[in-house]
Design a protein around this ligand. Structure first.
Ligand code: NAP
Length: 276
């Protein structure tokens, strides 16, 4: 495994996404990912699967110190009391003493950011959480968190793949010395069908999905968390660690960003995204 190192924290550069991974089948999927070598697991209170993640971690017998467990505060749990209570519930469901990275899943339009962030910082002082971050934060929201609230954040997790350049968010994250975690890094399967990524992949003996992941993790302070329920997909995605792209191929992939293709539905609580 390779790592992103930011603010003295080592984060496995390829993680395993668990959205839509449920129940006994979901637990087996996470167990398989751990047995293949994934050490960074991305879950969320909203996914309703922290129990399965906790059970899979427990049965894997992998030393806790080797794992990087990420969860996210649900939209209903912003504010001081709910942030504390829900994080303690996450710890119980995940069967762990600490969360490696606790994120605010989505910004709130109604609950002031400061109470949530200060409670997260208190949980970090108590060693229940090791690192703090946000998800789906625009450049304005990031500035509010860092400059207004003085938050010390490790990460902003946002949709990022070859069809969505995220230039402004990437620049802001770099300005604050943070990392960016790319969610939906395979554009929910669209990468596998893209002719440019397929053509580049042929020259390396790699698939289009592996090319997309290699392009992402070849950037400074970027990690990616592909989700795969298929065992071969899981393995293929890890093999994105085995090669590097030429500058020419990277430039060809950069140009796909002009399509500006966000693949996730925009929920009603979504912020107004930065225009690249
Ligand atoms: P994704 O990882 O971009 O794509 C997942 C899809 O790609 C699945 O249909 C999967 O199929 C397929 N796939 C995986 N590997 C493949 C391969 N090597 N070749 C071909 N197809 C492949 O999408 P995602 O699940 O939206 O994003 C990943 C993770 O990011 C989520 O699971 C979640 O943890 C996180 N996320 C966070 C947020 C947020 O708001 N913070 C939002 C969305 C997602 P199979 O399952 O059949 O293998």
């Amino acid at each position: 495994m390779r790592y992103v190192t930011v603010k003295a924290t080592k984060v496995p550069i390829l993680g395993f996404g668990t959205w839509d991974v449920f129940g006994a089948e979901g637990r087996r999927t996470i167990e398989e990912a751990l047995s293949q070598g994934y050490r960074h697991i991305d879950t969320a209170q909203m996914y309703g699967n922290e129990n399965q993640v906790g059970a899979a971690i427990r049965s894997s017998r992998i030393d806790r110190s080797e794992l990087f467990v990420v969860t996210k505060i649900d939209n209903a749990n912003h504010g001081r009391a709910a942030t504390r209570h829900s994080t303690e519930e996450s710890l119980r469901r995940l069967r762990t003493d600490y969360i490696d990275l606790l994120l605010i899943h989505w910004p709130s339009r109604t609950v002031p950011l400061v109470g949530t962030l200060e409670t997260m910082a208190a949980l970090r002082r108590e060693d229940k959480v090791r690192n703090l971050g946000v998800s789906n934060f625009t450049t304005t929201l990031l500035a509010d968190a860092v400059e207004v609230c003085g938050a010390d954040l490790l990460c902003n997790q946002v949709e990022y793949h070859p069809f969505l350049p995220q230039r402004r968010v990437r620049a802001a994250v770099a300005r604050y010395g943070m990392m960016l975690t790319a969610y939906s890094p395979l554009a929910k399967g669209r990468a596998a069908r893209d002719p440019v990524l397929n053509a580049i992949g042929k020259t390396y003996g790699k698939t289009a999905s592996q090319v997309a992941l290699c392009w992402l993790i070849g950037q400074d302070a970027v990690a990616a968390i592909p989700k795969a329920s298929n065992r071969e997909h899981m393995m293929d995605n890890l093999a994105a660690l085995d090669f590097t792209l030429t500058a020419e191929d990277r430039a060809a992939i950069d140009r796909l960003g002009d399509l500006n293709g966000r693949v996730n539905d925009v929920p009603e609580w979504s912020p107004v995204w930065d225009k690249d």
